[in-house]
Design a protein around this ligand. Sequence first.
Ligand code: C2E
Ligand code: MG
Ligand code: MG
Ligand code: MG
Length: 283
Amino acid sequence: YRSKASNQGPHVYVAADNQHGAERLRTLQELRLALHEGQLEVYYQPKVDLATDTVIGAEALVRWNHPARGVLGPGEFLGLAEESGLMDELTRIVMGQALDHAARWQHRGHPLTVSVNLAPGSLADDHLASWIGDLLAARSLPSELLMLEITEEFLIADRPRAQAILGRLRQRGIRISIDDFGTGYSSLAYLRDLPIDEIKLDQSFVMPMMECPRTAALVAAAVGLIHSLEVPMVAEGIENAEALAELTRLGCDVGQGYFFSRPLPAAQFDRWLLERRAAADAV
Ligand code: C2E
Ligand code: MG
Ligand code: MG
Ligand code: MG
């Protein structure tokens, strides 16, 4: 799932499978149906505090249980959703499921932060802060347990507006994460002026860092930059113990990646969490 700037609008998503014509139209009809028939399912991937080795939250990642094609990843349908005006509806469905689950974690006495990705187009939704606030209130969920992951593109299109929207979310206590850091139009001014709670270094630096000294030097510099803003740095895409050790050595705060767990359906994630806690208690 990639996105790029374009002169047709602030940005367009490029569908990974490049469907055309009739096939695309059929997928679009199927997607409309999927939204109404509950075929979208949120998977969860843990975020681990590296200093204490504890799970502090989970990222919500959408999947489509397609009746004929099986489980589809976001790269296969987010572009279409964005182009055809279905993204807001999709975001609400994901948010609803993610907050339901966050409420469940909280009721079990293990509150975890849930991180939900926002498409750059969500900037156009003036009611964003208010409907998210309503969903939190309906579940009596503290706003601090919700983190919104936005990319730099979200900020670039209309900076004053982005700043106003983020300000409104922040006022409600909702936390903001900058996703895929290092791949967009990074600007020191944005980073300085924006109210943010976390920065996620893009995974394209994480495993390559192990092979390439220049990439490793960039990651070290990114840790310094992020820490100078006094926000925690998250590394995504950690696939093995060596990369984890190196990131820990460099001062990275939080990690995410297949090394800990792949994104899992809610019930499996909860089982994974219980087993991990049981193992930690046993030592
Ligand atoms: P992202 O937010 O940067 O999420 C991280 C992606 O990296 C996820 O892909 C995750 O499964 C994958 N990943 C995690 N650990 C590893 C690892 O160790 N190695 C590798 N190679 N990959 C890893 P996924 O689930 O396919 O999602 C792709 C992108 O789609 C996300 O990137 C995010 O931008 C978008 N996305 C996912 N769910 C949603 C959603 O509900 N709403 C919106 N607007 N975007 C979403
Ligand atoms: Mg993300
Ligand atoms: Mg990311
Ligand atoms: Mg990414």
